[in-house]
Design a protein around this ligand. Structure first.
Ligand code: SIN
Length: 503
């Protein structure tokens, strides 16, 4: 047994404290759960989400319509069972969130105010404080977790690897903020570690989103699915800031338009739904304009104008911090990596291909989003599938009595390698971005391979980032077609023979 400072035994371990991890952990009431995060409680992408949560709650809407929109945008790659589960349980997910203390924007009669986003055929987006939905979800769930007796919260604790014994995942190793090397052993391990946004030079994701869960699952031999499907958001604020601040799609839902530096509104020529076309279509149109030497702006001055500070306070603050008044001036925008549709391959209950390991939220690949996620389905995914994972674990009866042989030493923190990280991020942006081809993908893989060879052997964020980058690039090379967010200029059309790939 490695020379560990501590071994903790518990029923279940949940890694990650965004909406998916917090929901799973809270719903595992009745079990002792270690809730582990490398940040403070509530870190990750959830807090940053602006637009909202999709749910069919209006009289003109239905789960069937919501599912239909999700499938239409997903370009043929969705798992219909996962989509049905998401749409049919959306209202229950919202109810659970309300019970846990979240508050949404309501009108004078107390009815939720519903926003509109691209790909939705009706208004169905619940939001909080205008455009600070993620912050409200995060606040409510983190407060509930902090007060939950069944949870033992380990903040600032970096999970280095899964502990696998006889083919079964029986825990994790980790380094704590105080420098201890620990193992947490449990009958059920849930990875809710979020996406891979930091693998790209341009991203809306916070710095902690380094693909840790996907990397450690892949190292342990779990199947990864649809890794090539990375969603790029069309309208990140292009003001030289990293991460790039998001300008929510809800602005376009309220009529904001995309124009170039000649003042031309170009989306009507690209798609019948113009600015509300599926996200991949809008993102590529913006990207092509920028690559052709133009600048692109989001213009909310006419459609929203002076109401913007009240209706979109987060956007207003972000723009003003960059010296732009969005009520008066069009705001410079560019696409940025935003969400990973691929991840650890799981079924509807979140079980991975490794016994003892579940994955949930952006870290997982349920097939719910297909090749392109419908806006505001991601917080919902965390709510619905978090509940589903918790029920499954409760059904099998999580237990602390696992047997384990040798546990690998997590080792000390590796030295930071900012140049290596920058090289990977640059290679991913240039070679594995909105438009790829075989040459660009091979070039990126060569750079990632060179960088990886020079990284410290110990598991850390840089190694995880390089490993997930290679997985995404390899999957993109293998998929010789274009579908949803995966666009190959050397194979620009869909090819039905490619409807499913898995690493
Ligand atoms: C946004 O507010 O534009 C993002 C919503 C999402 O990614 O689902």
């Amino acid at each position: 047994m490695a020379d560990l400072d501590r071994v903790i035994r518990t029923d279940a371990v949940v890694v990650g404290t965004g909406v998916a991890g917090l929901t799973t952990a809270l719903s595992l009431r009745g079990f002792d759960v270690a809730l582990v995060t490398k940040t403070a409680l509530g870190g990750g992408s959830t807090w940053w989400a602006q637009g909202g949560i999709a749910a069919a709650i209006s009289a003109e809407d239905s789960p069937r319509l919501h599912a239909g929109d999700t499938l239409a945008v997903g370009a043929g790659l969705n798992d219909p069972g996962a989509v049905a589960l998401l749409a049919e349980n959306a209202v229950a997910g919202i109810r659970m969130l309300l019970e846990r203390g979240a508050r949404f924007d309501v009108d004078e009669a107390g009815r939720p105010v519903l926003g509109r986003e691209a790909g939705h055929s009706v208004r169905r987006i619940l939001h909080a404080d205008g455009d600070a939905t993620g912050a409200e979800v995060s606040r409510a769930l983190a407060a509930a977790a902090a007060g939950a007796d069944h949870l033992e919260v380990h903040e600032h604790t970096f999970v280095t690897d899964l502990v696998v014994d006889g083919g079964r995942v029986v825990g994790v190793t980790a380094r704590t903020g105080a420098g201890e090397r620990i193992a947490i052993l449990a009958g059920s391990v849930v990875l809710a570690t979020g996406g891979i946004g930091r693998a790209y030079a341009n991203t809306t994701n916070p710095v902690e989103v380094t693909g840790d869960g996907m990397a450690m699952a892949a190292r342990a031999g779990a199947r990864i699915g649809d890794a090539e499907f990375v969603q790029f958001h069309p309208t990140a604020l292009d003001a030289g800031v990293d991460p790039m601040p998001l300008l929510t799609e809800a602005l376009r839902g309220e009529g904001a338009t995309l124009i170039d530096d000649a003042g031309e509104r170009f989306m009507p020529g690209e798609h019948p739904d113009a600015e509300l076309a599926p996200r991949d279509v809008v993102a590529r149109a913006v990207w092509r304009r920028i690559r052709s030497g133009r600048k692109v702006f989001l213009d909310a001055t006419a459609a929203i104008g002076d109401d913007l500070p009240e209706r979109f306070p987060t956007v207003d603050r972000l723009c003003r911090a960059a010296g732009i008044d969005p009520t008066r001036d069009p705001v410079p925008v560019a696409p940025a990596a935003h969400y990973h549709m691929g991840g650890i391959a799981v079924g509807l209950t979140g079980r991975s291909t490794l016994p003892g390991l579940w994955a949930v939220g952006e870290a997982s690949r349920t097939g719910v989003h297909g090749a392109n996620r419908l806006a505001s389905n991601s917080l919902l995914e965390g709510l619905v599938f978090g509940e589903s994972v918790a029920s499954d674990i409760a059904g099998v009866g999580a237990s602390a009595s696992v047997r384990v042989g040798e546990i690998a030493d997590p080792g000390p923190n590796p030295e930071p390698t900012p140049d290596a990280v920058a090289a990977v991020r640059g290679a991913m942006w240039e070679g594995v971005g909105l438009v790829r081809d075989a040459d660009s993908l091979r070039g990126a893989l060569a750079t990632i391979g060179r960088v990886t060879a020079r990284l410290p052997a110990a598991s850390g964020e840089a190694r995880n980032l390089a490993e997930v980058a290679a997985i995404v690039a390899e999957a993109a090379l293998a998929r010789t077609e274009s579908r949803g967010a995966h666009f190959r200029s050397d194979h620009p059309h869909p090819d039905e023979t490619h409807l499913e790939t898995a690493r």
